[in-house]
Design a binder for this molecule. Structure first.
Ligand code: NAD
Length: 480
């Protein structure tokens, strides 16, 4: 029987009577079915969410909400192994990665349970006799729309701050990957969150996603997905001035300076672009390498890439799994071919894996393209697959100009032993999230989001609580 939607505190079938088939990227076989929601279901859910918000959740006290969030965090940890396996089967990601991400989801609920206690307004010195106060108030009904590449972690990074701030939430996962969102709904039900405070609907963006975006009672939309979809959401929600946070695509630079610790940079960077099989908005997919260290870096990088264990997602040793779908793999293959036509040279990978154990899945060996110029399409467009473009440079200023010559500005790494150079480049690169001498700077406590067409607004940290609240200013006159 198909898994049900979570509407107003109950697990029910979608009213259209349709189902979504969920496939395993390792076999391309259907292993689960999920009930599909309808536009009518969305209407019912928004009304229930509004009622829950006005019926007490919106005015509940921070410590009351924190207690629910902590129960949800504990519920996630109780089911960590089961949800991790579900996530790996659904997305194709290595089980070790899934365990890390599901645990990160629990940590997000714990973090916001604590953060909500210190998130408040200010008193401001103003030019009249009195006290000027700001309040932070929830917006109302928030729609959280998530992609398929990090389904559980993305859901938690939106739902936890949205609930902590006092909003009621409707979560819509991507159609490819609805299972972990429904597991979260079960945890929420067990945590006895009031009916309507969190609901989960599955279904296509063109129907249920669109109905959420266009509904007049949805005050806040928090979206992660493709830049083109984000632009469509901006257009559709603009008439009614809905609050919108967008986390969109990326084409991030990995900057290897001439004085970099090449051993560390080259041994850790393959997973910074090929992790999650390259299906990562932060993938460091453009390596700008100083010409003095180009050959050595490429040699070491390819050697490290060859050591990556590609295989069955549920095998503990696997570091790179299959891509989410055949069509996603085909996009990467097409881009590799395009890159070669544009003049790039493929020095490793880019091949479909057809061994007896892996041939039924969407496996692709990570591809390394050298002789790439920044203006090539393969260097400018988000491939969302395991493809690295290596772009040599001579001059730092020119390299920064090229790194910034891209419509995206999400993430990036800088490798150098010179602190002043690291800071100079970090200040100049137009990205929202940068790391120096490592490849990760995403933390629960720190802001995450993009410059330019990589998005609007910031998630995580107290920034997410800002994004899910309105600021109200109140002046109390005390003059005589
Ligand atoms: P997508 O834009 O196709 O879909 C994302 C979500 O939006 C899905 O739930 C989908 O059903 C829904 N949707 C699609 N059309 C809609 C519409 N018209 N109205 C409302 N909802 C709609 O993206 P995807 O293919 O699932 O994810 C991959 C993309 O997400 C990549 O571009 C990647 O870079 C980006 N991404 C960004 C971040 C970030 O934080 N910046 C993180 C992960 C993924």
């Amino acid at each position: 029987m198909a898994k049900k939607l979570f509407i107003n505190g109950k697990f029910v079938e979608g009213s259209a009577g349709k189902v979504i088939q969920v496939t395993d990227p390792h076999t391309n076989k259907v292993f689960e079915e999920v009930s599909e929601g309808s536009v009518e279901d969305v209407r019912t859910m928004v009304e229930a969410a509004e009622k829950a918000f006005r019926g007490g959740w919106g005015t509940s006290l921070p410590h009351e909400r924190a207690a629910f969030l902590r129960r949800i965090a504990a519920g996630i940890r109780d089911r960590l192994e089961e949800i991790s396996r579900l996530e790996s089967m659904n997305v194709g990601k290595p089980i070790g990665d899934s365990r890390w991400e599901v645990n990160a989801g629990a940590e997000l609920f714990d973090y916001y349970a604590g953060a909500v206690a210190i998130f408040g307004g200010e008193t401001l010195p103003v030019s009249r006799p009195g006290v000027d106060l700001t309040f932070r108030q929830p917006i109302g009904v928030a729609a959280c729309i998530t992609p398929w590449n990090y389904p559980f972690m993305m859901a938690c990074s939106k739902v936890a701050p949205a609930l902590a701030a006092g909003n009621s939430v409707i979560l819509k996962p991507a159609s490819y990957t609805p299972l972990s969102a429904l597991a979260l709904a079960e945890i929420v039900e067990k945590a006895e969150l009031p009916a309507g405070v969190l609901q989960v609907v599955c279904g296509p963006g063109s129907t249920v996603g669109n109905a959420l975006v266009e509904h007049p009672l949805v005050g806040k939309i928090s979206f992660t997905g493709e830049t083109t979809t984000g632009a469509e959401l901006l257009r559709k929600s603009s008439d009614r001035i809905a609050r919108l946070s967008l986390e969109l695509g990326g084409k991030s630079p990995n900057i290897i300076c001439e004085d970099a610790d090449l051993e560390r940079a080259a041994s850790t960077s393959p997973l910074a672009v090929f992790g999650n099989t390259g299906q990562d908005c932060c993938a460091r997919s453009r390596a700008f390498v100083h010409e003095k260290v180009l050959d050595e870096f490429v040699e070491r990088f390819v050697a490290a890439t060859k050591k990556l264990v590609i295989g069955y997602p549920l095998d503990d040793k696997t570091e790179v799994g299959p891509m989410v779908s055949r069509s996603q793999r085909q996009i990467s293959l097409d881009y590799i071919q395009l890159g070669e036509k544009e003049g790039a040279k493929r020095v490793h990978g880019g091949e479909v894996i057809d061994t007896p154990e892996l041939k039924d899945g969407n496996y692709l060996t990570p591809a390394v393209l050298v002789n790439v110029r920044n203006e090539m399409r393969v260097a400018q467009e988000e491939i969302f697959g395991p493809v690295l473009c290596v772009i040599p440079y001579k001059d730092e200023a020119e390299m920064i100009r090229q790194a910034n010559h891209c419509k995206y500005g999400l993430s990036g790494s800088i490798w150098t032993r010179d602190v002043a150079r690291a800071l100079r480049i970090a200040k100049a690169v137009e990205s929202g999230v940068l790391s120096v001498n490592c490849n990760n700077s995403v933390f629960n406590e720190a802001p995450f989001g993009g410059f330019k067409q990589s998005g609007i607004g910031r998630e995580r940290g107290l920034y997410a609580l800002e994004a899910f609240t309105e600021v109200k200013n109140v002046f109390i006159w005390v003059g005589s």
